[in-house]
Design a protein around this ligand. Structure first.
Ligand code: NDP
Length: 329
């Protein structure tokens, strides 16, 4: 069977190439899945290329998420023929992942494919989309309201941002989408954004304690200077769901004033170790709250052979929407 294998010799840079591998090379675990689709996330870019401290052992098969059909299982929860989806649990980092025609994983890490989604749609959503849904659910739990003004989505043309924009717009929120790619304005409007905010408008670092109140909620995929600015522009009592650091891990220019004087909440969202119940609830919400025609508009199809280039592209913030990898093509 085919797989994208990353090899690293000594101090040399890792090299990724499509290879023929055998089933006995797969890691020990209780469920073997015939993979249909995987995707390209920011972490995959790291695992295909520099490693970013995520890959524990080479040779390595990346792919932090996949969807497919159970082929064999020693766990009672799954039987051959069941459709399943996997995101997180360090699969594709510490454990071989979805960039292969088969994967072997722990039953605890799988979720049955929710009704209303096929394996391709599940991967069009993937880790990025699941995280976007978890962020929206966290903002709702904190009382985000539809008639309270625009909800900001940063890194909007990327994977998490695209799905967050489509979900929020479909739920009836007014969405302001931040992008550094003005040529993606029409794409973001087609997903439901009602306002496009230029990235530059929010990346200048200021020492102002607060700015005018603008946003009723925020899904932030960027961090860095942008998160520092956005916090100061949140309306009283609202929340920011921080999911990523595409623009940097340090919150440049951030002060405590938004938390103290405006009661702003900063919610951290991690999709990797989400318990089964949350994961299942989020997948069910995706099946009901994400319009499939909008999901299709985000998809860029790819094969295993395309992955080395795509891995470089996502690390440079150049990938639009969601890349769906047909591992059998
Ligand atoms: P993408 O690369 O698809 O999207 C990131 C977007 O951020 C880019 O498309 C770009 O959007 C914007 N961006 C990139 N670089 C910069 C920069 N220097 N300054 C400002 N904006 C920038 O990645 P994903 O959407 O898949 O992931 C986004 C982040 O979320 C990553 O850090 C990833 O690791 C993290 N993540 C976290 C998860 C979790 O569980 N918490 C799960 C999944 C992802 P535009 O061109 O529109 O400006």
């Amino acid at each position: 069977m085919k797989a994208l294998v990353v090899r690293k010799e000594g101090d040399e840079k890792p090299v990724a190439a499509v290879e023929d591998i055998t089933e006995d090379m797969l890691p020990e675990a209780d469920v073997t899945v015939a993979v249909d689709y995987s995707t390209v996330n920011y972490k995959d870019g790291l695992c295909i290329g520099p490693g970013g401290g995520l890959v524990r052992k080479y040779p390595h098969v990346p792919g932090i998420d996949f969807a497919g059909t159970v082929e064999a299982s020693s766990d009672d929860r799954y039987k051959p023929g069941d459709k399943v989806v996997l995101t997180g649990w360090r699969v594709g980092e510490a454990h071989w992942g979805g960039y292969a025609q088969k994967a072997r994983v722990k039953a605890d890490w799988l979720v049955p494919l929710p009704e209303g989604l096929d394996t391709r749609q599940a991967m069009a959503v993937g880790t990025a989309g699941l995280t976007a849904m978890l962020a929206v659910m966290a903002l709702e739990d904190q009382g985000m309201e539809k008639d309270h003004g625009p909800v900001l989505v940063t890194g909007a043309a990327g994977g998490v941002g695209s799905v967050a924009t489509a979900i929020l717009a479909n739920l009836g929120y007014e969405v302001a989408a931040v992008t550094g790619r003005p040529d993606q304005a029409d794409y973001l409007k087609s997903l439901g954004a009602s306002e496009i905010v230029a990235r530059d408008e929010l990346t200048e670092v200021t020492r102002k304690p607060l700015e005018s109140e603008r946003w009723a909620g925020c899904v932030d995929a960027v961090g860095g200077a942008m998160l520092g600015r956005v916090l100061k522009q949140m309306k009283y009592g609202t929340s920011v769901a921080a999911i990523g650091l595409a623009g940097g891990a340090a919150i440049d220019g951030a002060l405590v004033t938004p938390f103290i004087l405006r009661g702003v909440n900063l919610l951290g969202i991690d999709s990797v170790m989400q318990p089964f119940a949350n994961r299942q609830r989020a997948w069910q919400r995706i099946a009901s709250d994400l319009p499939m025609d909008k999901l299709e508009a985000m998809v860029q199809p790819a094969t295993l052979a395309d992955l080395p280039e795509l891995g470089k592209g996502i690390l440079k913030g150049q990938v639009k929407g969601r890349v769906v990898v047909d591992v059998n093509a």
